[in-house]
Design a protein around this ligand. Sequence first.
Ligand SMILES: Cc1cc2nc3c(=O)[nH]c(=O)nc-3n(C[C@H](O)[C@H](O)[C@H](O)COP(=O)(O)O)c2cc1C
Length: 379
Amino acid sequence: MAAALARAVSIADLREIARRRLPRSVFEFIDGGAEDETTLRDNRAAFERVRLVPRVLRDVSDPQPGITLLGRPIAAPLLVAPMGCSMLAWPEADLAIARAAASLKLPYTMSTMSPVAIETMAERAGGDLWFQLYVLKNRGFNDRLVDRAWAAGFRTLVVTLDLATGGRRERDLRNGLSVPLRLGWRQVLDGLAHPHWALQMMASGLPQFENVRGAMADAGAGLSIAARVGQSLDAAWSWDDLARLRERWPGTLVAKGVLHAGDAARLTALGADAVWVSNHGGRQLDGAPASLDALPAVAQAVAGRVPLLLDSGVRRGVDILKARQCGAQAVAVGRAALYGAAAGGEAGARRALQMLIDELRTAMMLSGTRRLDAVESNG
Ligand SMILES: Cc1cc2nc3c(=O)[nH]c(=O)nc-3n(C[C@H](O)[C@H](O)[C@H](O)COP(=O)(O)O)c2cc1C
């Protein structure tokens, strides 16, 4: 596997290693989107439509991709998006990806649906850790989660707003993938066909949602992961609730899952410190616009008052320049990092993130962009 990892030259190569190593149901859980996957496909198509006009005769011998984001210096405008259930790809994938991000001086966002306790993550991962909140129906429980994150040393809270219910991920429904894992004959056969994965999983034990024990909907038969998470969340949560969360959280508050310019402006007025433009990687509303297509209008509405983050479809370093050209300060990656972890744990995740940084540096040099932190643009 180490040899395959060493031969990989792109995120697409890492995805291919992950596809071969994982049971089909697990790979499709990571790779897939909602319903007809139109939004999933559109996320890539949007990046492929944007062009960068290069400038020449600039000294680009030492490109500087580092920026300051929300008051903290980071090595590149790149962070890791929250991913629940990533432990299905690799035991302790969350910790592996977090450590890889820390080693490269990039922020990592831990999901509410992580199998790792908030406090354990803070102790064992290091680096710039952000905590992502899914708002559960039990409001007292939410408050305690947020307080725990603060006490453990997290200073950035990302509240995800696009999961009023779980998107219909039809591949998961067909594959019968659920958490807790239920082992039917299909899962057993799939596991036998992927013995390395199966042995790793048996050795690490069945994953649990460590931070939401007792607050999740019943693990009733037939619920896919998205459906189970969705059933546990508070679909009635609205602006007043967010205002209350803003009062409670003393640190940086980021609103994730925003595509509408009016929402972005209102979030900014309410005191969000950043707006994270995202369609959840095409996993929620099928038919939502590509994040990159939604970005310019959001940027216009927010008018530089807060930084904009963007995810959904980032697979290349040059995508970071494209997102910045359309109005984002930084991008987040979900699957790109997880394909790496699925291909080779912490080393694989580091490989994925390093590839994106290396590609970014190349794209900076070729487009005549010396640095990203300065006012200088490509224009
Ligand atoms: C396997 C997986 C699990 C995810 N779990 C969460 C989660 O727990 N919380 C959340 O806010 N977003 C979650 N997301 C969405 C990501 O944070 C992010 O928005 C998305 O992956 C970005 O698209 P990309 O994968 O094309 O980079 C998940 C995405 C994937 C692929």
